[in-house]
Design a protein around this ligand. Structure first.
Ligand code: ATP
Ligand code: MG
Length: 438
């Protein structure tokens, strides 16, 4: 993409209304714009990141055995009356009336809808277990929307729902998600700690929140220092029930709990290794048994012919919130430092002298070669000062920068800079392409 034709409204100054660094940087780097309290437009660069985060979430859901569908944002109030949550949900729910005076709502979550869809299709034990998920916008009329996309009113969530014949099956589904979540966050360069959590209004008795440590986070958290090791991916056989349970037990052996679930005995056991911090909740998983299948009439025939009420769980990831969390974890005083897996482009190509014909020809040529090699590249071909171009590239945080200037060209080299540590090397244009394409 040529910057001269792109839409990238960057801001030099920090916006006064933004309190935390990720919110400031998202506005300054032209990723989002607020259009109403807690509601954001995703500008082209921000949309690319949102799609990359969503795609990683999707791949790991698929790998764990979950199946994607897409449910609507608007739901009927009657559906929520079946579970009894329509009145219970309170003012966070945005209620809408259509032209026929039918009561509707903008979905804050989808337990009711997915239970109804599954109920109308599932007949017997052969239709289970299943885990269904979608990535869809949600609306919650938060009392205090703040910190940009971290606590918005409209936000993008991945929500998955599992259906099993019994509690043991549901625990296996829960374990699949727990491990899938750790892999998902690790691929984004994040250490997210699964912490014992309250089940809240969704109900149930088994729940973990996935917390990314950040001083600006909204949750108070307590954990064993062992969690400070970097996240790694685990290659897992999701079908191996005992194997998966052992992996989950391994992960959750080290103490980690939110404020509401502190355990004095386990904290004493951790001793000097106990840590206290603040964190951002990027995911939340629940097992809640028959809480929805019971009132909503979901029944299937068991292998012995008896009628069975399936056990369910639900599993959310804050896809749009993750963008803020990743920036909180990965930035410096110049701007964002995107982990490669979610970067909007891999390379920023800078022509230092757009008014110099030799530089323009060399930069155009490099741009074509990078594209031919399949490298996602944002090409700053604008007629601007070099300093302003460097500042913009540092701000938007692409992993690599390639700089074409008159001095280097005279020596047959370009400069390659790695954003994360600022390391620069000079090399031929062909070597630069080979390096970033690898
Ligand atoms: P919180 O405790 O932060 O209000 P929640 O417990 O209400 O979140 P869940 O119902 O578990 O959230 O939703 C699943 C995920 O959706 C959360 O883990 C979080 O990452 C994300 N999320 C929830 N509310 C918001 C919001 N207002 N803005 C952005 N993301 C959100
Ligand atoms: Mg929660």
């Amino acid at each position: 993409m040529r910057l001269s034709r792109y839409f990238l409204p960057v801001m030099k100054e920090s916006p006064a209304d933004a309190q935390i660094v990720s919110h400031k940087l998202m506005l300054r780097a032209g990723l989002v714009r607020q259009t109403a309290a807690g509601i954001y437009a995703w500008l082209p660069l921000g949309l690319r990141v949102l799609q990359k985060i969503g795609q990683i979430v999707r791949e790991e859901q698929d790998r764990s055995g979950a199946v994607e569908l897409l449910m609507p944002t608007l739901q009927s109030a009657d559906l929520w009356r079946q579970s009894g949550r329509y009145d219970a949900y309170g003012p966070e729910m945005l209620r809408i009336t259509d032209r026929h005076e039918r009561e509707m709502l903008y979905g804050p979550t989808n337990e009711e809808m997915v239970t109804a869809i599954f109920r109308d299709a599932a007949r017997s034990y052969r239709d289970l277990p299943r885990t269904l998920y979608h990535i869809q916008w949600k609306f919650r009329d938060e009392v205090r929307p703040r910190f940009g996309v971290m606590r918005g009113r409209e936000f993008l969530m991945k929500d998955a729902y599992s259906f099993d014949m019994d509690e043991a099956g549901a625990r296996h589904s829960y374990n699949r998600m727990l491990v899938a979540y750790l892999n998902t966050f690790a691929r984004m360069g994040l250490r997210a700690i699964p912490m014992q959590a309250d089940t809240g209004p969704i109900g149930g008795d088994l729940s973990h929140e996935f917390i990314v440590l950040a001083p600006t986070g909204e949750s108070d958290v307590f954990y064993h220092a062992n969690w400070e090791r970097p996240a790694e991916l685990s290659a897992v056989d999701f079908e191996n029930v005992a194997g998966l349970q052992a992996i989950v037990d391994g992960y959750t052996a080290d103490y980690a709990a939110t404020d509401e679930k502190r355990d004095e005995a386990r904290e004493a056991e951790a001793g000097d290794a106990l840590r206290q911090s603040r964190g951002v909740e990027v995911g939340h998983i629940f097992y809640f048994g028959t809480k929805y299948s019971d009132p909503m009439g979901l029944r299937v025939q068991g292998a012995d012919g008896s009628e069975v009420m399936p056990h369910m769980g639900s599993y959310g990831i804050g896809v749009s919130r993750l963008m803020g969390a990743i920036i909180e974890a990965s930035h410096d005083d110049k701007g964002i430092v995107w982990p490669e897996a979610v970067a909007p482009y891999k390379v920023g190509l800078i022509n230092m002298r757009a008014d110099d014909a030799a530089c323009a020809t060399a930069a155009d040529d490099l741009y074509a070669k990078l594209q031919a090699a399949g490298v996602e590249v944002l090409y700053d071909d604008r007629d601007e000062r070099g300093g302003a171009k460097f500042a913009t590239m540092d701000l938007i945080g692409l992993p690599w920068q390639i700089v074409v200037g008159p001095k280097g060209l005279a020596n047959g080299v370009v400069e390659l800079k790695r954003r994360a540590d600022g390391e620069r090397i000079e090399l031929s244009a062909a070597d630069a392409v080979a390096k970033v394409a690898g």
